[in-house]
Design a binder for this molecule. Structure first.
Ligand SMILES: O=C(O)CCC(=O)c1ccccc1C(=O)O
Ligand SMILES: [Mg+2]
Length: 324
């Protein structure tokens, strides 16, 4: 006997969270609960404003239709569903079928979008491989270059992941590279999407020797995982990419040609983030995921994130907007 519920959540965000052009004061989304007998699974459907193409309302409507089919025992084709819905529903089904291992990789790459000194402290405390993520492309490219160079000099075995989110023209990207000494460029594990187009990013990597990774490009129409000179990783943000199956296919294709696959957050609540940590441990063992986004929230949802003391909202406190 199958049953399902859809909860609606709204969580307050830290006041400084800016997504591309707008401030994100509140994170909104849906939690699905699937039950079959005594087996239960949860999933989070939370389109990210400015990144997802679907709205929260559209995702909620589609989720209800697909839940209806699930209850009827019909097979649902998630490859045609909105990415956030495909992800949340497939995750709930996976958990409900006890197929998502419990063990998570909670060793995240610390994210620096503000004060570099904070990051130095966190890196020095980090056990094992010192991986950090720094947003670049927000201020002067020259400043970004100086900051990256400074980190590599300060922490000799650091592996930086830089993320330009397609902000640079080829000239700006060159200005950045000029300030990272050639002997320091290996301290950059990769630079995500340096330029406005993949072609310019590939050319940048060839010219500078700085390795790059695809993030936005993974979500471009017709994207295929392929070996390209200078490309070492793909970033997978499941809420923006789609079903668990699609994400697993991408990981498999990446591994087959020697690329790193990095599971990364789209600012899911602590419930979704925990599932991503479990998914990352399972599918990309040994690779530090990009999940350091709990600090952007002012509250957690149901599942606590390790070492996070933010107040917690329970699922039972949320409004159930649909159930059958
Ligand atoms: O990838 C990470 O390490 C953290 C997540 C992150 O950077 C991100 C999260 C949501 C939307 C966009 C981005 C981004 O890649 O800039
Ligand atoms: Mg990015």
């Amino acid at each position: 006997m199958r049953s399902a519920k859809l909860y609606q959540y709204q969580l307050p965000m830290d006041s400084g969270v800016i997504l591309r052009t707008q401030r994100l004061a509140t994170r909104e989304g849906w939690i699905v609960e699937l039950r079959d007998g005594d087996k239960v699974g949860f999933g989070e459907i939370a389109p990210l404003p400015e990144f997802s193409h679907e709205t929260v309302e559209q995702a909620g409507e589609q989720a209800k239709q697909l839940l209806e089919s699930w209850i009827q025992g019909e097979t649902i084709d998630l490859s045609q569903a909105l990415p956030s819905v495909a992800f949340g529903l497939s995750m709930a089904m996976l958990e409900q079928a006890s197929e998502l291992p419990m063990k998570g990789n909670y060793l995240v790459a610390p994210l620096c979008s503000g004060d570099p000194d904070d990051l130095i402290v966190r890196l020095n405390e980090m056990p094992g491989e010192k991986v950090a993520k720094i947003k670049v492309g927000m201020y002067e490219a020259v400043r970004d270059g100086i900051v990256a160079n400074m980190f590599i000099e300060a922490i000799p075995d650091v592996r930086l992941r830089l993320d330009a989110n397609r902000k640079w023209t080829p000239i700006k990207a060159q200005q950045f590279a000029k300030y990272v000494k050639p002997e320091h460029r290996a301290g950059i594990a990769f630079l995500e999407e340096p330029c406005k187009t993949p072609e310019d990013s590939l050319a940048f990597s060839l010219e500078t020797g700085i390795k790059i990774a695809w993030d936005e490009t993974v979500r471009d129409e017709g994207f295929e995982v392929k070996a390209e000179p200078g490309v070492v990783a793909i970033i997978i943000k499941p809420t923006l990419v789609g079903s668990v199956q699609r994400c697993m296919d991408l990981v498999k294709q990446a591994h087959a040609i020697g690329l790193m696959a990095v599971i990364s957050s789209s600012m899911e609540s602590s419930l979704g983030l925990n599932q991503l940590a479990r998914f990352a441990e399972w599918q990309t063992p040994g690779v530090i995921p990009g999940l350091d986004t709990m600090q952007l929230f002012k509250a957690q949802l149901e599942t606590p994130w390790p070492d996070c003391d933010l107040p917690k909202t329970a699922l039972s406190d949320l409004e159930v907007v649909w159930q059958k």
